[in-house]
Ligand binder design. Structure first.
Ligand code: NAD
Length: 481
């Protein structure tokens, strides 16, 4: 099916873009054309920011609504997204190669849970309190919405990462201009359709798919109040520089190269550990920021760990992302496939040993597939151990003591995710607490909407999810009474 959108969702309706430029979407499993959307240029971004600005500034506008009324709108929005669940899952899989079984859970169920969770927080959060002053009188301490939010997202989980920003922003009373990534712009139109059907007030959410230039224009736009960005560390640094100069609040969710520490007591049984280990290390064909792609194995059990991972990875069904049995789909773009293959070549050159994979899967002549790959004998100084590959490539490194494992885990520019695998969850939690990272799981990894999510070091600045994720869209005002 050729999905074609000709207009942009701005100001609560559909507007004609400033030019006839389009973004053409291609299915990475088949290389077939999937559809097209208008490419928003600077003039379109300006119109979207104006709409968001008006909706925020007008007397009685969204910022001034009672929080419970905003929550009602958000819940209607979630219901409308749920009504489009199968279309959303299918479009996301067809755009970025996320296996359809994963797309249903992560790109449909999860974003609406996040939206409903923040609707709940809008109902229960105290947006103001009165304190007795030490110097006499009293003070009203208010939490007010920060304003117009520029939300910029990547292609790997377009729905959920958009909702990580839209949901807390709406709950806070902010208005949003969302810029989806050009590689995954179609599914954003289903967000727009759902918002329209839910009667989200005009200008509260505006969607402008576009490239880096549109994103950069949005980030530095004089009428934007806050930037919330998910993407690469390189782009995050460029955005941070601009926001620093403008003194503009910014949340940055960036790349990762997390460690999966297998302790010496772990049960290395493919049935017991396999599914969780694959999810924590290879979800979305390795195109996930928090994956534990540096696996640290005790030297005494190194061969066993290599055998387990090799068997698990070799058995993963690779194929068209829309096939229900697929667990590893293609890379999202040809460029991404070439990049991953470049890293595999680099790993070999550095002396790492391929125990499975390393090439292109047989029998798949179309599509940007890479065989899921395990590298043994990796040193933490290797490029493949330090840089984010963003593909189905695992590096397995030996360690001697737990102190050694923690040191290697922390010897990274990044600090986003991580896991510890053990038969003793308390021991696992003790080790987890020693890793310098924003999030880490014991025997599994699943970012729960109630728990703050974010990175340290080159993985980002600030927090999404949890009540802390709402605070990121609020400013404090003290009124001395
Ligand atoms: P990217 O940085 O190239 O692009 C991300 C988004 O930013 C896109 O919409 C792009 O058009 C836009 N953009 C790029 N440069 C920009 C600039 N200078 N100013 C404004 N906007 C700009 O990243 P990508 O390749 O699309 O996504 C993969 C990266 O995202 C990986 O590094 C991954 O780890 C990271 N990521 C992080 C998280 C997280 O929560 N920490 C989640 C998912 C992905």
């Amino acid at each position: 099916m050729d999905h074609r959108y000709a207009q942009l969702y701005v100001g609560g309706g559909w507007v004609t873009p400033s030019t006839s430029h389009v973004i053409t979407l291609v299915n990475p499993s088949t290389e077939a054309r999937l559809g097209s959307v208008p490419e928003a240029l600077e003039a379109d971004v300006d119109v979207a920011v104006d709409a968001a600005r008006r909706a925020f500034d007008e007397p009685g506008g969204w910022a001034h609504w009672a929080p419970e009324d905003r929550a009602d709108v958000m819940e209607r929005f979630a219901t409308e997204l749920e009504a489009r669940a199968e279309r959303i899952a299918g479009l996301v899989s067809s755009q970025n190669g996320l296996p359809i079984s994963w797309a249903r859970q992560l790109e449909v169920g999860y974003p609406t849970s996040v939206l409903r969770y923040y609707a709940g927080l809008a109902r229960t959060t105290a947006f103001s309190e009165v304190r007795a002053g030490l110097l006499g009188g009293s003070i009203e301490v208010r939490k007010v919405p920060v304003g117009v939010v520029a939300a910029i997202v990547p292609w790997n989980y377009p729905q959920v990462l958009s909702m990580f920003k839209i949901a807390p922003a709406m709950a806070a009373g902010c208005t949003v201009v969302l810029k989806p990534s050009p590689e995954a712009a179609l599914d954003a139109f289903l967000i727009a359709e759902a918002a329209e059907a839910a009667a989200v007030p005009a200008g509260v959410l505006n969607i402008v798919p576009g490239g880096r230039e549109a994103g950069a224009h949005l980030v530095s736009h004089p009428r934007v109040d806050k930037v919330s960005f998910t993407g690469s560390t390189a782009a995050g640094r460029a955005i941070a520089e601009i926001c620093g100069r403008l003194l503009r609040p910014v949340t940055l969710e960036l790349g990762g190269k997390s460690a999966g520490i297998i302790l010496d007591d772990a049960e290395l049984d493919p049935v017991g550990i396999g599914e969780d280990l694959v999810a924590a290390t290879l979800a979305n064909n390795g195109q996930t920021c928090f994956l534990s792609t540096r696996i640290l194995a005790p030297r005494t059990r190194y061969a066993e760990v290599i055998d387990l991972l090799t068997d698990l990875v070799r058995a993963l069904p690779v194929g068209d992302a829309l096939d229900e049995s697929t667990l590893i789909g293609p890379m999202a773009t040809r460029q991404q496939r070439d990049r991953v293959e470049g890293y595999i070549a680099k790993g070999r050159h550095e002396g790492a040993r391929v125990t499975t994979g390393g090439g292109r899967p047989a029998g798949l002549d179309k599509g940007w597939f890479v065989e899921p790959t395990v590298f043994a004998d990796v040193d933490n100084g290797f490029v493949v151990a330090q840089e984010e590959i963003f593909g189905p490539v695992l590096c397995v490194l030996p360690y001697d003591t737990v102190d050694d494992a923690v040191r290697i885990a922390n010897d990274s520019d990044y600090g986003l995710g991580g896991t510890v695998w053990t038969a003793d969850p308390e021991r696992g939690a003790d080790v987890a607490r020693r890793v310098r990272t924003g999030t880490i799981g014991v025997n599994h990894y699943l970012p729960d909407p109630v728990a703050p999510f974010g990175g340290v070091k080159a993985s980002g600045l600030g927090i999404e999810l949890g009540p802390e994720g709402l605070e990121a869209y609020l400013q404090i005002q003290s009124v001395y009474l």
